[in-house]
Design a protein around this ligand. Structure first.
Ligand code: XMP
Length: 327
């Protein structure tokens, strides 16, 4: 049997009942595979690794060691949510690594998008490998590989995802959701009791805000982006039908703004935030849904209060010719 082919008899997991039965079977399979050994898992907070973590906690409890690397390019509140949900609510054995300075120092002055991606990917692997080397008795590596990863690549976590793990870490892989499609992973995540904000999280690139803080990343521009992104997610997230992906980018240029001090207008230079919302099926092409003007204005009014920002733009470019991300 091809170890990487979804069994033809496997039913699509579309209901909570089917998810419960999948979970029960996986728990037995994980217990049998892992025995009394230890498993290491890089937990990004994305739906795939979160579901794998929740399954492993149920199956082997504190034989699971999760490592969450905060590279400083996550969205507002994400690292805190990972710690709250996994350590505090699910009782996971979670190592939280604050690697923010390390990543931002390596990225300082680097403006080429692919070089930025490479730095983030390599640094992630180095940090993870360092944490792994401090631990003793690890035999397995948990991975949030899902079926499209197997179909689209050669069985490793999708294309340019930073989640790819060190090959030199010679552990046996544990991949409990590798035959599931994304919608099935979400049904399982819901049945495992993960919060909706994790289960229905929109796609977020591995290099995170790094590819949205266009050009060379600076801490002040990155912080402004993180704040603006939180506003965009909050406001567009309230629409009855949310787009497939919605976020903002912050280009590396400034334009003139005006502020009034003691009734006197003063000119100054500030950054522009670009709102981007797209619909797509497979991210190969994308269209731009209408956003009601009052929602745009509501976001604008909040975003211009962020220090350093004086302009808000709406990107209505489709893919092609534009890509979804700005870098
Ligand atoms: P583009 O910009 O290529 O994006 O139209 C298509 C989809 O891929 C995501 N994306 C990435 N995902 N690492 C990722 O894991 C990356 O480097 C990366 N770049 C783009 C993007 O968010 C969109 O969903």
């Amino acid at each position: 049997m091809d170890q990487n082919k979804r069994p033809e008899t496997m039913e699509r997991i579309t209901t909570p009942e089917l998810a419960e039965s999948f979970i029960a079977k996986q728990i037995e399979a994980l217990k049998a595979q892992i025995g009394d050994k230890k498993v290491l898992l890089a937990l990004s907070g994305g739906v795939d690794s979160s579901v794998v973590a929740a399954l492993l906690i149920k199956a082997v409890g504190d034989q699971l060691v999760c490592v969450h690397v905060n590279h400083g390019l996550l969205r507002k509140g994400e690292p805190e949510q990972v710690v709250r949900v996994f350590r505090e609510e699910l009782g996971a054995n979670l190592i939280y690594v604050d690697a923010v300075d390390r990543f931002l120092d390596k990225l300082a002055g680097v403006s080429d998008p692919e070089t930025k991606r490479k730095i983030i990917g390599k640094e992630f692997i180095d940090v993870f490998a360092e944490e792994a080397s401090k631990l003793e008795g690890i035999s397995f590596l948990g991975q949030g590989t899902i079926y499209p990863d197997i179909l689209e690549s050669d069985g490793v976590k999708a294309h340019h995802n930073v989640g790819g793990l060190p090959e030199e870490l010679n552990f046996e892989l544990v991949e409990p959701v590798k035959f599931l499609y994304k919608d099935e992973v979400r049904v399982v995540g819901k049945a495992l009791g993960l919060p909706d904000s994790m289960v229905y999280r929109q796609p977020f690139p591995g290099p995170g805000l790094g590819v949205r803080c266009v050009g060379a990343i600076t801490r002040d521009r990155l912080e402004a982006l993180r704040e603006a992104d939180a506003i965009v997610r909050e406001e567009i997230g309230k629409l009855p039908e949310t787009p497939w992906q919605y976020f903002c980018s912050i280009p590396d240029f400034q334009s003139t703004g005006i502020k009034y001090v003691d009734g006197k207008g003063q000119r100054y230079m500030g950054w522009a935030v670009v709102i981007r919302a797209v619909n797509t099926v497979d991210a190969v092409t994308a269209t731009v849904p209408e956003i009601p003007f009052d929602v745009l204005c509501c976001m604008r009014d909040q975003i211009v209060k962020i220090p350093g920002i004086n302009r808000v733009l709406w990107d209505i470019s489709e893919k092609p010719v534009a890509t979804i991300e700005w870098e």
